[in-house]
Design a protein around this ligand. Structure first.
Ligand SMILES: [Zn+2]
Length: 313
């Protein structure tokens, strides 16, 4: 991302804050009764929920209602909410700098170097900017069991997690245990007989080079174009949950795009060739955490938000 883009992001954020300060809007989140609304109603409020400029959810305590992840999602059991600000991806699929893919014995992890990291903002993230840390994958022993979240009873072949940390904490490490520390964007991948995804080949070609544990290879810097269409065009589900790996900290705003990205069976199978041990006797066959069922007294608060694009980028 260029310096001017960073400046624009800051300007947008600043403008949004100024607008909100000037024209405070009370919006009740579906699923909460009126008495539970956490907004302070100003005396002269003129509520107009159709005005996108004003539309902003002001419920910071929402983030304290956490559950362990992954979970089962059903559209009929979600709160439908159209008044988030647009969720914005900045720099995720841009060229520039370097990218590497590594085998840590558990998954394949993509990181960017020598460039401004991509930034995620808007949507359920309120005023905060979230900086891209890494993207990794989950998969299973067959093409029907490699995802972590389950949507409408359907399991997919893989799940990709783009992990971001809240910029106000300065680093992933510092943010990882904060209640608003992390934002993870999840994408499902579905293995099909003949839908080889040309953009995803940048990842699978690199996976072939990191079969050995603790190995790293370079990847083209624009290697995330396969998430672009999904991230720009569709609605998403969001809830407050946890990391799905140790230490399972409840610090994650999950953002899930549930329309699967089609790839080929061969593209998925390349990941299963990765070794999990230095002796090379064992492959990473399955790296999925089982579904977590919240305690009975804890209500699952999942929001479905339609995507709103600010730019035609
Ligand atoms: Zn993950």
């Amino acid at each position: 991302m260029s310096k001017s883009t960073v400046t624009n992001v800051n300007k947008v954020s600043l403008k949004s804050r100024q607008i909100r300060k000037k024209r405070k809007t009370v919006i009740h989140v579906p699923g909460l009764s009126k008495s539970e609304c956490l907004c302070e109603p100003p005396a002269d409020t003129n509520v107009n929920q159709n005005d996108e400029e004003d539309a902003h959810i002001t419920v910071p305590e929402w983030r304290l209602h956490k559950v362990q992840s992954p979970i089962v999602l059903k559209h009929d059991e979600t709160n439908q909410y159209d008044h988030f600000e647009p969720l914005e991806f900045h720099g995720h699929w841009d060229e520039g700098g370097d990218a590497t893919l590594s085998n840590n014995g558990f998954t394949a992890t993509l990181r960017f170097q020598n460039r401004e990291p991509p930034v995620l903002l808007g949507g359920p993230l309120h005023d905060d900017q979230y900086v891209f840390e890494q993207l990794h994958f989950h998969w299973g022993g067959d093409d029907h069991s490699g995802c972590e979240h389950i949507f409408e009873g359907q399991a997919y072949s893989m799940e990709a997690h783009a992990v971001h940390f809240n910029k106000k904490y300065a680093s992933f490490k510092a943010a990882a245990d904060k209640h608003d520390g992390l934002a993870v964007v999840a994408f499902f991948l579905k293995a099909t007989d003949d839908d080889e995804h040309p953009c995803f080949n940048k990842m699978t070609e690199a996976v072939k080079k990191i079969v050995k544990v603790d190995s790293t290879t370079s990847v083209p810097s624009d290697c995330l174009t396969w998430i672009k269409e999904e991230a720009q065009c569709k609605g998403y589900y969001t809830y407050q949950g946890s990391l799905t790996t140790e230490p399972y900290t409840e610090s994650v705003t999950w953002i899930l795009y549930t329309t699967p990205i089609h790839v080929s069976r061969q593209q998925v199978s390349e990941f299963r060739n990765m070794k999990s041990t230095a002796c090379e006797q064992h492959n990473i066959v399955k790296n999925v955490r089982p579904i977590q069922t919240p305690p009975v007294h804890k209500k699952l608060d999942i929001i479905y938000a339609r995507s709103h694009r600010k730019s035609s980028e």
